[in-house]
Ligand binder design. Sequence first.
Ligand code: AGP
Length: 633
Amino acid sequence: MCGIVGYIGTQQASEILIEGLRCLEYRGYDSAGIATVSEGEIHCIRAKGKLNNLQDKLMGHEMPGIVGIGHTRWATHGKPEEHNAHPHLDMTRRVAVVQNGIVENYRELREALKERGCTFVTETDTEVIPNLVIECLNQMKATGELSQHPSPLTEAVRRVVNQLEGAFAIVVLCVDYPDEIVAARQQAPLVIGFGLGEFFCASDTPAILPHTRAVLPLENGELATLTPLGVEVCNFAGQRLRKHPHLLSGASIAVEKHGFRHFMLKEIYEQPSVVRACLEAYIDREWTAKETTHPVQLGLPAELYADLQQIQIVACGTSWHASLVGKHLLEQLAGIPTQVHYASEYRYAPPPLTPNTLMIGVTQSGETADTLSAISMEKERRSNLAPAFRPRLLGITNRMQSTLTRLVDCAIDTHAGIEIGVAATKTFMAQLMAFYCLALDLAYQRKTISPDRLQEIITALRHVPSQIESVLADQEQRVEELAHDFSETQDFIFVGRGINFPIALEGALKLKEISYIHAEGYPAGEMKHGPIALLDAKVPVVAITMPGAVYEKVISNAQEAKARDARLIGVTPPTNPHAAEVFDDLLPVPEIEELLSPLLTVIPMQLLSYHIAARRGLDVDQPRNLAKSVTVE
Ligand code: AGP
């Protein structure tokens, strides 16, 4: 996580850096800082907390320089205090560094530097980097090597990154080389932007797009030297690489709340459009069961599906919950055995290799380090095997220009649009839609579904946007009122079964991350095997109770909770004949067939967590300790 930016050009750097950091604050907001170089001095200013604190500090403060670097932090090593905020300087204040990632061998490096007389003022892993760079430059000077390199700073950074272990992206500036900044990437994203006489680098394109559309994403093991004259790229071995920027399409991202109190609420309300966008992109509008043409157009190559025997999905957090719904669909509709793994676990305990296996990486950001590592590992371990075992990699993402899409063979674009709220809402909905489309596509091609049944599902999917709209229109006020009752509640339980069990997990995660209330999601039938001991009048239970195969069972499980005095909230159609008798409160959703019900049942979950957090006066869009894009393992 963390967002890093760099600028070299003709304008005052500090303003551009702050603007860039504003676009990257979703990556972390524990502290922020910038450093510029001018007149033989590094000017560095940092502040604990959000970017606004840094801006306040900058008011009336002279920050000269047309070259600079900036950082917004999600703390890994060292508390989120000002002294641990980036940029970090070497002990002689000649080199400044910002880092996104973790230097795993920093302890050894730090100890070795200490033995050589270096002193440290932070608890961070990053502080070793400027000290190693200056040490290297000093050595090069002592041995007369400086003149052998067109950019001694680049050479010093190159030698240093070869000593670092871990996943990181860094940007470095030095008072002795005031006309350049050096950026390096190893497993953490970094993009270079090409303007007219000015150059940028950043963890993500939104920080660059207001200035230029010409961008070059660095690959792992690459370094870029940015000067007012251009950009040179080389690899960590020092070989020069010929690389050219490409033009990004699309407008720069407008980050507006459009009258909503929080981005999260706006994004909840965008979900009908997200479903429409997916249907429009992937399902043939004219198709009927009589057609012989293919109704689902995902544009995936035929080799991906050939003789498919198994699917492995890797994902984290909310994307993992969407993948659990995906598993249900892929198994029940397309008949393909599917496993869903926490990406963070997969890499270190992968399942035995199986032939004709598709791996799907699901990540809205396309930058989640755990997910990327799991996919890289799978790609590597399958690369030299017999054809049936070769990697087949599919991504499901909202960011088609992310590291994920460069790693996989092909990707499904979820068309959700940028999501600012740290709590995923519309991107979850879009991931669900991607799985419905994928499962229907596979089912059609494998002939595990009849054309009539396919038409039935497609018709029902087309009603979903207006059904979501009706939940939002009818329920928001009711949920807001209900939320008032729970602003002091300490524990919540969410239960569901079958395809709605992942929605119970998602309801609990949403509540935890934005309201800081302890919440658990369980398969409703599992409560009696232990968790029911938690229940009493102080622990509300939200039961997702949709007509279908498990309906009666969930009703019984809900009764069991009620018998233990739990306040019972039913997410259920208003036509549910048991509703009044069983539930203390209702969060009605329209009738929908069970297979599609997660698309509706998740909406009250999102609204409930949103309103409880808002009622508690919490920072809904930027909850404590979290970041939108988790780029460390
Ligand atoms: C969602 O509300 C969370 N903030 C988090 O669990 C998130 O889903 C997870 O970090 C995975 O992110 P990704 O989809 O970008 O990979």
